[in-house]
Design a protein around this ligand. Structure first.
Ligand SMILES: [Zn+2]
Ligand SMILES: [Zn+2]
Length: 745
């Protein structure tokens, strides 16, 4: 960096000191900026240790010791920036002194600006509007002339004769031109001080070439002119999550500035503007046809290398030639034109377009708030005075488990294809749909959580379904008419789930549309099926039929409502059940059957389940297995119907339940085991062991067996009939040796 000396025209020998990290911009200097609220001083000091001549300097008061390090100096006076405003200084270079410039009366003047801080070295900033946004804005505000001393190729123009043709930032030695400029100024005594200074400089992310901040003329979309309409049209858009509407998006709209749409590139959609070389007339071309008519040429290619050669006579009749401006469009102009471009509107599909615009719904990442979402909105407002979309789901970013960006280099994430193979695409999809990433929040991807989905959702669904299939009998049709308490409950639950999911999708709230599935699956598996197993296995055809009809209904409805969240497993269930359509994805979205929803029953069932889990805990505490029947359970004064009480009895394996207001909390379990209860327990244990063997041998309910045993002979003999029925055994034979079963073929 360098501190350069700018001598005041009406105070020879007094220099304003300005600091810059980019000496190559100094020939483009047009003004100096001082901070409105900073304290400045006029200081006297020797030019250098060797040179005893004294000079006066004006700079900010705060950094004097640092800037004069090692030099004596004396403050002569306090200086107010206001007093210097408009004063002229002698430029460092004289290349532009005699040039005709717009606003030349303000060339090389001192100006006040808000953005100058004491961090900027001397508190005085050299202004070169061609190379900085703040400089450009100040230049427009203060009507400063504009000097561009660098060509688009990065070389200094011929007029700057001492440096002409030099690259301002050569790739192999980015500082070399800076050093030459400093050297040149040093010879003229215009350098106060130079120092090594490390500062961030932008580079091309691919080839590492230094980049220039460069002022060039551009076409703009006049955002400021349509800002009111942008706000008005944004009102009806439904954002998920909602806070983005007034938050990130609203704030962005408030601060939106005119949109530069020209790009100086080769690849891109050409800007269809032709300009007359002679009179400057501009012609915007609206179609290929129009261009063909004007040029008399067949247009077969819309790319720059072809289109740039197309010229035609000035439409103003001046006799000049019209040539296309060389720029291409900002690619966001194309993304923002998606609704029209995708239908080749307005050249085709006018009706279809009008029917489908604005789009019902779009989805993209939060980073598109200021990009795609915004540009869609700008163009639709400008062209149609409507929003481009009615609903938008904004998702967050999926990060690696360690919270860092997923990166191939760090290898900090599992291969998605591996995740699909190992856990299934449904598991991944469900995991993401339930996650905060659907609400514009970032998510640290967890493979473990995907595995949890498999274990706690997918496997449970499949287990219930395979049990259902195992016991399914011919001719079972879906029905929701069962009066059995468990059936009524699960029907209420599936319709409630349907209602929740429908609401979720209608509000574009994917969390709401997916999260309740897990709870339902848990209810279906760990309560409905658990308590219905015996009924489904039993020979009582009517009870069994009711359960199977209910389950068939439940699975059909379930397949339909989980179809968007778990498309593969949904279709599997549907096709296994021989649904009417070829695929569940061709089904209509099911309507909620409100009559089946029974919130009272659901609440009571919750009480039942709470009592059960409390009672089972007591059993664990007492070390008594569930298979051992007990006499009674006491609990609070709940009013439950008989069928519900029966459920508790079966689940907890007690003979009776006493509801008593005297029990304020929890349950009391009578753990006394009578002879009779012991006998019953032994039978149950025997049945359990035989059933386990049946399962081990992969027998189906159709297979009959012979059982050989040696334990509890008296008890087993006594209850033989009942046991035979339960385990589907033709005979139960006592003999020495461990328990064994044989299939009768
Ligand atoms: Zn590059
Ligand atoms: Zn013309």
């Amino acid at each position: 960096s360098v501190i350069a000396k700018f001598e005041l025209v009406d105070e020879p020998g007094t220099f304003v000191l300005a600091w810059t990290t980019t000496p190559w911009t100094l020939p483009g200097n047009v003004a100096l900026a001082m901070g409105k609220n900073l304290q400045y001083a006029k200081v006297v000091s020797r030019v250098s240790l060797e040179n005893p001549k004294e000079e006066y300097y004006i700079l900010v008061k705060n950094n004097l010791d640092k800037i004069f390090a090692g030099k004596d100096y004396k403050i002569i006076a306090d200086v107010k920036a206001e007093d210097l405003e408009g004063k002229k200084y002698k430029p460092l270079f004289d290349y532009f002194l005699n040039q005709d410039l717009k606003n030349k009366e303000n060339l090389y003047t001192i100006q006040l600006a808000d953005f100058v801080t004491i961090e900027d070295g001397t508190g005085v900033v050299h202004i070169a509007p061609a190379f900085g946004e703040e400089d450009m804005i100040l230049g427009q505000e203060k009507k400063l002339p504009f000097i561009q001393h660098v060509k688009m190729n990065g070389q200094i123009i011929d007029q700057v004769s001492d440096f002409k043709g030099m690259e301002v930032k050569p790739k192999d030695n980015p500082q070399s031109t800076d050093l030459k400029i400093i050297e040149f100024l040093e010879k003229k005594g215009l350098v106060f001080k130079t120092e090594k200074f490390v500062h961030a400089y932008p580079h091309c992310y691919r080839c590492d070439s230094p980049l220039l901040n460069y002022a060039t003329s551009s076409l703009f979309v006049k955002i400021n002119e349509i800002k009111d309409r942008l706000f008005k049209n944004a009102k009806s858009i439904n954002w998920v999550p909602q806070h983005i509407k007034e938050g990130r998006f609203g704030k962005w709209l408030e601060g939106a500035r005119d949109w530069s749409i020209s790009r100086q590139r080769f690849w891109g959609s050409v800007i269809p503007i032709w300009v007359c070389e002679r009179c400057g007339e501009k012609k915007v071309i609206g179609s290929i046809k129009e261009l063909e008519k004007l040029s008399g040429e067949k247009i077969t290619d819309l790319h720059k290398h072809f289109i740039d050669k197309i010229t035609f006579d000035c439409t103003n009749g001046c006799g000049g030639k019209m040539k296309r401006i060389s720029d291409v469009l900002d690619c966001w102009f194309e993304s923002g034109s998606m609704p029209y471009g995708q239908m080749h509107y307005p050249f085709e599909n006018k009706k279809r377009f009008e029917k489908n615009f604005p789009a019902q719904f779009i989805a993209e990442g939060a980073d598109q708030t200021r990009a795609w979402f915004y540009y869609l909105h700008v163009l639709s407002t400008a062209l149609k005075n409507k929003p481009a979309f009615k609903n938008v789901i904004v998702n967050g970013i999926v990060l690696a488990e360690d919270g860092k960006k997923m990166s191939k280099k760090l290898n900090n994430y599992p291969d998605p294809m591996m995740v699909f193979d190992k856990y299934g695409a449904d598991a991944m999809r469900y995991y993401l749909a339930c996650s905060p990433v659907m609400k514009a929040e970032d998510l640290c991807f967890s493979e473990k959580a995907v595995a949890e989905v498999v274990k706690k959702v997918l496997m449970l669904i499949l287990n219930v379904f395979s049990f259902y299939q195992l016991y399914l009998i011919k001719g079972i049709k879906p029905s929701s008419r069962s009066r059995h308490i468990l059936d009524r409950w699960i029907l209420s639950r599936i319709e409630g789930l349907k209602s929740e999911i429908t609401q979720g999708y209608e509000n574009y709230d994917l969390n709401l549309a997916t999260r309740p599935i897990k709870g339902f699956v848990d209810d279906l598996s760990t309560w409905y099926l658990r308590r219905s197993r015996e009924r489904i296995k039993s020979g009582k055809t009517n009870e069994k039929k009711c359960a199977l009809q209910t389950l068939t209904y439940v699975f059909f409805e379930f397949a339909k409502i989980i179809a968007p969240a778990m498309p593969f497993i949904a279709d599997d269930l549907y096709r296994e059940m021989k649904g009417k359509k070829q695929s569940v994805h061709l089904e209509d979205w099911p309507k909620v059957n409100q009559r089946l929803i029974n919130k009272k029953l659901e609440a009571k069932m919750q009480i039942v389940r709470t009592i059960c889990s409390q009672a089972l805990e007591k059993r664990v505490e007492a070390g008594i297995k569930v298979r051992q029947p007990l006499l009674e359970l006491k609990t609070g004064g709940f009013k439950l119907e008989k069928a519900l009480v029966q459920l508790i009895k079966e689940e907890v394996n007690v003979k009776g339940i006493i509801f008593s207001k005297s029990i304020k909390e929890g349950v009391v379990l009578n753990t006394m085991i009578t002879e009779e209860l012991k006998e019953e327990g032994a039978v149950r244990e025997f049945v359990r062991q035989v059933q386990a063997l049946r399962k081990e041998n992969k027998l189906t309910p159709k297979d009959k067996i012979r059982v050989y045993y040696e334990q509890d002979k008296e008890i087993i003999e006594k209850h033989k009939k009942q046991i035979q029925k339960q385990v589907i055994a033709k005979e139960i034979i006592f003999r020495e040796g461990k328990l064994e079963i044989k299939k009768i073929t």
